[in-house]
Design a protein around this ligand. Structure first.
Ligand SMILES: Nc1ncnc2c1ncn2[C@@H]1O[C@H](COP(=O)(O)OP(=O)(O)O)[C@@H](O)[C@H]1O
Ligand SMILES: [Mg+2]
Length: 618
């Protein structure tokens, strides 16, 4: 088994974008095609086949046109008008029929492509959500990751499809080019070679600009983030009132506008340059066509070829040229989008957080031990936890107190196994936490984090998510709600336990922070299978009377369990068997309320400060 380690290290491998490495492009293409073929293999194959058939179907049309023109020319002096008429009419009908079939083919293929693109979009959404839920927290919080993930979120769905479109068009262009060139080879093989040569400038010019566009995108990435951030906060903010009072909306809008102006003007400059280069690089093709036309006209005049053949060759030349251009555009398109999709493929290939095959710590009478634990969030940052050591036994109730930033929430995150210490050990029933089976471990935890999740669906779900296997046990959900003192509120709602917890959904309400906290506590209480209850300032916004009742309940349900809670209110520490006082990353005092008061240290100071404010000035 591969143990997880918390030592300072790279959280994920870097991916280097290199423009010379064809292997990488092919790798990315293969990954995307793999995803598409996993969702709709039949559809993918059909799209390819139809595109191929479409590419081949233009030459018969050209040939029939040649026959029509030749028949028309030769009929000029013919006595049997009726026979000529029927022959030409038949040819024209045939040509129309083929063109009709081509139209049908093209519509069907475009419909299938759209369908495929929707499936791909949806699948990428699912894969991305899935991946995020598998990554470790240190990986998710890494700034490099966040930067790239923002770009992926913004671009990838669209880009992945833009990568697939040219792939699915290539067979058609290839077939079109090959068949048109085959006709030209019959006349004059060098003509087809010439088409390729005169197309090269376009290819080089475009590939150069693609690289410059990607570089510009990277350069503008921080600006794009500011744009997205301001838009998000001005439209989705949960507190419009503060924005109004501070009057920052206008300031932020202006900030957004100036960022947008800069982004757009830089893009416009580059696009202008790209378009003018594109124009000049297409000139050789135009002149080449003129040259070949002159040669063909000459051949008609000297009687070497018929007028119909003139039409056939010219059409074939144009078709070869168009298909080659299409092919080049597709390849460039693939290349252009590959750069973005490479990020997506990198992201989807990131290693998952945990192996679920670790040691399973014993249940029952165990203890949780922190041994000289040191922790910091990122290398180079300062230590958040310094030399923490303690032992807690099953059945004990522990309160953690301390000022903001002391490291209380961090301690809890380590205890829950989301971060690993850089130094020291955390033992769960004698098993090192980096070796334990995380999915088993998490089933034993019931945690209410300080910034806990606000599920906007129904009340029933907000509580029931505490144990999704018992989501249908409404009576037990109600019981937990009662223990958390939220039952009266819920029952007063028109839809009761089916009321959504956001006005965005029909009939929804917007609970206050204190009500959200009670819902969170109900969720913890509903998680009956858990034997380790952890709550981080669970009642900071709950009124004192309800708080007292809630803590009584917590104390009751955690009789033979671990109960570890962070609190700022000294009235609640009474139920604790032991209190840890944290200060600047260290546990500086431990003991019962009485012991700590006797110690006359930090705890004594904080407690008297608070009780004085309750009693009034002394
Ligand atoms: N995800 C994080 N990344 C970097 N630093 C963090 C992160 N979370 C918390 N910190 C820092 O760690 C310190 C302790 O935070 P925290 O444990 O939340 O304190 P407390 O809960 O005691 O108020 C703070 O200085 C905070 O800024
Ligand atoms: Mg905290």
């Amino acid at each position: 088994m591969q143990g997880r380690t918390g030592k300072d290290q790279k959280v994920f491998p870097r991916l280097k974008l290199s423009f010379s490495r064809l292997g990488q492009v092919i790798f990315v293409l293969r990954e995307i095609v793999k995803i598409v073929s996993r969702i709709k293999p039949g559809l993918l194959v059909t799209v390819f086949v139809l595109s191929f058939v479409w590419g081949f179907s233009s030459i018969p049309t050209f040939y029939i046109e040649k026959l029509i023109i030749d028949s028309l020319v030769s009929s000029l002096g013919s006595p049997d008008k009726q026979k000529v008429f029927y022959r030409i009419f038949f040819l024209v009908s045939l040509s129309l029929l083929i063109s009709l079939l081509r139209n049908i083919l093209s519509s069907v293929n475009s419909f299938l492509r759209h369908t495929l693109s929707r499936y791909l979009d949806a699948e990428l959404d699912v894969l991305m959500v899935n991946k995020v839920s598998q990554l470790s927290l240190p990986a998710l919080e890494n700034p490099e990751f966040m930067d790239r993930f923002n770009k992926i979120e913004r671009e990838s769905g669209r880009r992945a499809w833009q990568l697939m479109t040219p792939i699915s068009e290539i067979p058609g262009y290839l077939a079109g080019f090959v068949s048109a060139t085959a006709v030209l080879v019959l006349v004059y093989p060098l003509i087809s070679l010439g088409v390729i040569l005169v197309s090269l400038p376009r290819f080089f010019v475009n590939s150069k600009f693609i690289k410059r566009e990607y570089d510009l995108d990277t350069e503008l990435s921080p600006k794009n983030r500011v744009w997205a951030w301001v838009r998000y906060h001005l439209t989705k903010n949960r507190n419009f009132m503060e924005l109004r009072i501070l009057g920052v909306s206008h300031y932020l809008t202006e900030k957004m506008r100036s960022v947008i102006d800069e982004i757009l003007s830089k893009r416009a400059t580059l696009n202008k340059e790209r378009e003018s280069w594109a124009f000049f690089s297409s000139l050789p093709l135009t002149f080449y066509e003129l040259l070949v036309s002159a040669m063909l006209i000459f051949w008609v005049v000297v009687g070497k070829i018929t007028v119909g053949s003139f039409q056939l060759y010219l059409r074939s030349l144009r078709s070869a040229e168009q298909n080659l251009n299409g092919l080049i555009a597709s390849l460039l398109n693939i290349y252009e989008n590959y750069i973005y999709v490479a990020d997506l493929v990198w992201f989807l290939g990131l290693p998952d957080e945990e192996s679920h095959k670790g040691v399973i710590p014993p249940k029952g009478d165990i203890s949780i031990v922190f041994k000289d634990v040191w922790f910091r969030y990122q290398d180079q940052q300062s230590w958040v936890l310094k030399d923490i050591s303690f032992e807690v036994s099953q059945g004990e109730k522990i309160a953690i107190v301390g000022e903001n930033g002391a490291g209380k929430s961090t301690l809890i995150k380590l205890l829950a196994g989301f971060y690993l210490p850089q130094r020291g050990e955390i033992l769960i029933g004698n098993c090192e936490i980096s070796n334990i089976d995380l999915s088993n471990w998490r089933k034993r935890l019931a945690v209410l984090f300080q910034d806990f999740e606000l599920y906007p669906f129904s009340v029933r779900e907000a509580i029931g998510y505490g144990d999704i296997s018992r989501l249908d046990k409404l009576s037990e959900i109600k019981e937990s709600a009662k223990k958390a003192g939220i039952d009266n509120f819920v029952e007063s709602l028109p839809l009761g336990y089916d009321t959504p917890l956001t006005p965005e959904f029909g009939g929804g309400v917007r609970p206050s922070i204190g009500q959200w906290q009670r819902l969170g506590i109900a969720r913890v209480l509903f998680r009956k299978g858990a034997d380790i209850l952890i709550l981080d300032e669970p009642t900071s916004n709950v009124d004192p009377e309800a708080e007292e009742r809630i803590f009584k309940e917590l104390s009751k349900v955690s009789k033979d369990k671990f109960l570890i809670f962070v609190t700022q209110r000294f009235s609640t520490v009474r139920i604790a068997d032991r209190i840890f006082v944290m200060d600047k990353g260290k546990i500086i005092e431990t003991g019962t309320h009485r012991e700590l008061m006797k110690l006359n240290g930090k705890y004594h100071r904080l407690f008297t400060l608070q009780s004085r404010s309750y009693v009034g000035f002394d």
